[in-house]
Design a protein around this ligand. Structure first.
Ligand code: ZN
Length: 334
């Protein structure tokens, strides 16, 4: 931050008498000191006005303090006209504009986040502060990126990034650098929340913002890819894919029924992912026993996510016996 003084305006008057040569004509010069950053040519804000008076005949300076106060006022008014001063506030004006632009943008982002969380869609990205979910998360690992993977009329399932961050800005960096496309970027575990819970998370700033990709892009960077093309030959694979695509629209009851039908076909062909997705759908629609039965079938084939699912939800059913399940697992060789 530095200061610069410039000659702002000059007028000529002929009613003052030079204290040295008695000449009448004087130049009255308005000087302005302003504050600037970096560039002298862009004044930030004027800080001081001063007046110099010089005799036109002998160049000696006239003692400004001896001016009558009405003269001083008149000179000051003529030299420092308001409209001429406005450009001297360029820096302040630019900063105010930038602030209001930034505020407008963050206001817009906020209102979009709210809209998105009220009507979630698959592939929405969430900035999450895990402290709001689990108080024991260490401070330097509190931020996590979430992504919506499936929806039911009552619940939203998210996967969380494998990486945990100290700073919120790291989340955007991972998006900008396309890291989120990586097959292993997100953990496979589904975190299922009711829609109401998600709204609470937004209100208590556990969910900080929600981003919805447009044309698979966020911040101009590709963040979604289709992972079609693997294991297409496996029985039950394509039925499971179709089921998943119906889950994208699971808000719609008909789509949910279609998803169930395709997951069931996939599951009946022995495809473990199809069996687990069917189990998830049953769980989300409060058919816990069916959910446990199907996840158990996949679990006993050694599918780790199904084992986790069964273990996690066993206590929601009185009929479920975790010890017996563990014994069966061991017998099956896992
Ligand atoms: Zn003079």
């Amino acid at each position: 931050m530095e200061y610069k003084q410039i000659e702002f305006k000059k007028i000529t008057v002929d009613h003052l008498t030079c204290q040295s040569c008695n000449a009448k004509q004087h130049n009255v010069i308005g000087k302005l000191t302003y504050l600037y950053f970096f560039l002298e040519s862009i004044p930030f804000v004027p800080v001081k006005k001063s007046i110099n008076i010089v005799c036109n005949h002998c160049d000696s300076s006239f003692d400004v303090d001896s001016l009558s106060s009405s003269d001083y006022k008149i000179f000051s008014k003529k030299l420092f006209k308001l409209h001429a001063l406005i450009p001297m506030y360029t820096g302040v004006i630019m900063v105010l504009l930038a602030l209001s632009y930034w505020q407008y943008n963050s206001y817009q982002a906020d209102s979009l986040s709210k809209e998105y969380i009220e009507s979630p869609k698959v592939n929405d990205f969430y900035y999450i502060n895990q402290k709001g979910i689990n108080d024991e998360i260490p401070h330097n690992k509190k931020y996590v990126l979430g992504k919506v993977v499936s929806l039911t009329p009552n619940t939203v399932s998210l996967v969380f990034s494998r990486f945990l961050f100290e700073n919120k800005s790291s989340l955007a960096n991972d998006i900008r650098s396309s890291k989120v496309i990586g097959v292993k970027y997100f953990n496979k575990k589904h975190h299922v929340f009711t829609r109401e819970k998600l709204l609470n998370f937004y209100q208590n700033e556990t969910v900080l913002s929600v981003l919805r990709p447009k044309n698979s892009k966020l911040f101009g960077t590709l963040v979604l890819t289709s992972n079609l093309g693997i294991n297409k030959q496996v029985k039950g694979y394509s039925e499971n894919r179709i089921g998943l695509s119906f889950m994208l629209d699971a808000d719609n009851k008909a789509s949910l029924e279609d998803a169930e039908r395709f997951f069931l076909e996939s599951a009946n062909q022995g495809y473990v992912q199809g069996q687990l997705n069917l189990a998830r759908l049953y769980l989300d629609t409060n058919q816990t026993d069916k959910a446990l039965a199907w996840s158990k079938i996949a679990a006993l084939k050694g599918y780790d996510l199904a084992i986790e699912f069964y273990t996690q939800h066993c206590n929601s059913s009185e009929a479920c016996d975790i010890a017996a399940f563990n014994a069966e697992l061991i017998e099956a060789g896992f």
